[in-house]
Design a protein around this ligand. Structure first.
Ligand code: AMP
Ligand code: MG
Length: 350
């Protein structure tokens, strides 16, 4: 199959809508990351998403709609969902709600809930409006790879596997949506994203953050958030997160870097913009500004992909407090590093 990459003109949006309605796949930009879409009510089309990505069938998909009324056809919307939608939708927020029978089991891995989102990206919105069907869409990467934030990332992973990629430039947020489970009495963040727990608390009286957000899932946590189970957001090289007081973090990163060099392995330090001068003698790359975490969210996956393209074998990465948007960034970084963390303070005391 030949993969076409087209700008989001009226013509190519009409073509994309036709492709979706005929049961095939279209990759399209959203404000979070690029999505790989199929008609959510067409089981055969939905299965094609799993095949193209190499995604395990027990990892459910998010269904995208253009407005709350369209969500109503798919799930039962309670007053909490209504308030959240009124405040944050369209936007980077996904709600898990009790599903209605029309949702095929392939979409939600046979679970009682379905994930719905109303994206704010103008191309995604226009596509949803033109095609008129709910669109199931996970991130448009090969399963296990960092999510794509440009059309070039999608092409890299899915060339020959999808007929069309709509190129809408770089995604603004850069991390996947916040996933909030509303199927139990207390709203629970299963995956942190651009809408932070504090923002949710502006609308809801109580919000819990699943503690699996910053640690590996246990075996019995499978049904809660299947997507968090898999090695995710992962670069090809071995990544270590380095925490502690800043001068010690810098010394520890440089030590790991030199050791890799001595072994003849290519290495790179991923540091906040503000700290780059400390790594002048090493190969270091900015992951954005510590003072502006949204710049880190925006860049993170592109940086991880660049490391892969360059075949970097050893990555040492600085960390930030898991607060606000920092929670989503640390959730992705922890998984990219397979939870490998070095405490620079303890290491120097030892
Ligand atoms: P992706 O669209 O690739 O970012 O993945 C969607 C995320 O939402 C994954 O982490 C899924 O496990 C999660 N998700 C989607 N639907 C459900 C559901 N019904 N129950 C629990 N988690 C879900
Ligand atoms: Mg994904």
């Amino acid at each position: 199959m030949q993969t076409r990459v087209l700008p989001p003109t009226q013509e190519s949006l009409a073509l994309a809508a036709d492709i979706l309605k005929s049961g095939s796949l279209v990759a399209f930009p959203t404000e979070t990351v690029y999505g790989l879409g199929a008609d959510a009510l067409n089981e055969h089309a939905v299965r094609a998403i799993f095949a193209a990505k190499g995604r395990p069938a027990d990892n459910p998909l998010i269904v995208h709609v253009s407005r709350p009324e369209a969500a109503q056809a798919l799930c039962r919307i309670d007053s909490r969902a209504q308030s959240l939608m009124a405040r944050f939708c369209p936007g980077p927020l996904t709600l898990l709600l009790p599903k209605k029978p029309c949702v095929p089991a392939a979409v939600n891995a046979g679970l009682p809930s379905v994930a719905v989102r109303i994206p704010s990206h103008p191309v995604a919105r226009r596509l949803l409006e033109v095609c008129g069907v709910p669109v199931a869409a996970p991130s448009a990467n090969a399963s296990g790879k960092p999510s794509p934030t440009t059309a070039a990332h999608v092409l890299h992973d899915l060339d020959g596997k999808v007929p069309l990629i709509l190129d809408g430039g770089e995604c603004q947020v850069g991390l996947e949506s916040t996933v909030v489970d509303l199927t139990s009495p207390i709203a629970t963040v299963l995956r942190p994203g651009g809408v932070t727990p504090d923002m949710l608390l502006e609308v809801l009286p109580e919000v819990r953050v699943a503690d699996s957000v910053l640690r590996p899932l246990r075996d019995d946590e499978r049904a809660l958030s299947p997507g968090m189970r898999y090695r995710h957001y992962a670069p090809g090289g071995q990544m270590t997160l380095v925490r502690g007081s800043q001068p010690r973090v810098e010394r520890a990163c440089l030590r790991l870097y030199r050791k890799a060099q001595e072994r003849g392995e290519s290495a790179c330090i991923l540091a906040f913009e503000e700290h780059l001068p400390a790594y002048a003698q090493a190969r270091a790359m900015s992951i954005g500004s510590l003072a502006q975490p949204q710049t880190v969210a925006h860049r993170l996956f592109a940086v991880l992909r660049q490391m892969d393209d360059e075949g970097v074998a050893v990555l040492c990465c600085e960390v930030l407090p898991p607060e606000g948007l920092g929670l989503a960034i640390m959730n992705r970084l922890s998984r990219a590093a397979a939870f490998r963390v070095l405490d620079a303070d303890k290491e120097e005391q030892a």
